[in-house]
Design a protein around this ligand. Sequence first.
Ligand code: 2HA
Ligand code: ZN
Length: 275
Amino acid sequence: MGVLEADCTRHIVRMCGDGFRLGWHESNGGNISYRMTEHDIAACEEDFVSGGSWHELDEAAPALGGMHFMVTRSGGHMRSAHIDPASSLGIIELDEAGSSWRLVWGLEGGGKPTSELPTHIMAHARRFEVANGDERVIYHAHCPNIVTLSTLLAPNSRVWTRALWSCMTESVVFFPQGVGVVPWMVPGGPEIARVSRDMLVWCRAIIWTQHGIFASGQNCDDAFGLVHAVEKAAGYYLTARAANGGKDPIYTVSDEQLRQVCARYGLAPNEEFLD
Ligand code: 2HA
Ligand code: ZN
């Protein structure tokens, strides 16, 4: 079959375009990584070229040793990923210790994986452990409502989660654990990678203050849908607040109603964020 025809490639390319069209990926903003299944590898491996040089990760991820990831290119534009996937995307493999990676396909023309690769690999390792291997996609996007809201709300997970849950009934269904919020940090560095990894123990969507969102999902639809839900809720909250002269929205979903929604769907909301 080959990489260009494989389902995983088609899903990731589609996600790049969808995110661009929603205004989440100006210029080279945002990045995606996907932990491939055995089935994906079987579909792609006829195109793999091994023997490239190994690059050490800041922090090893032993649980992910030997696994393959499809990643977006550093400096690549989501907008045009569909035009030349072999240059916009790459497949890397980790060594058995999970401490180094090498390119086995793509990033043609001498590209490198996303600048957030260390953050992605640490996030994959953490969610692999927490979600028993069920989550495969890590997605980072510069969503405008989320970034705007981070100029108004304190960088506090409880404050954010309550604002997002209270203005859209099904927010709590999409993210019953709530959202984590990381205060301002330098993008792509080891600090944001570690702080995000630590938060991913209890949530799977993290707000990067004045920057964007970083989220984990089972597949492209799941990760994209989670980001979309957080972004929509942030938009409702912002619009309501602006329409109310900058004050908090008035008629919102109460804690009791949030509990009722969770009971209906058999979900356990994060009690730390309810009164
Ligand atoms: O383009 O968005 O956070 C890369 C980024 C870094
Ligand atoms: Zn970014």
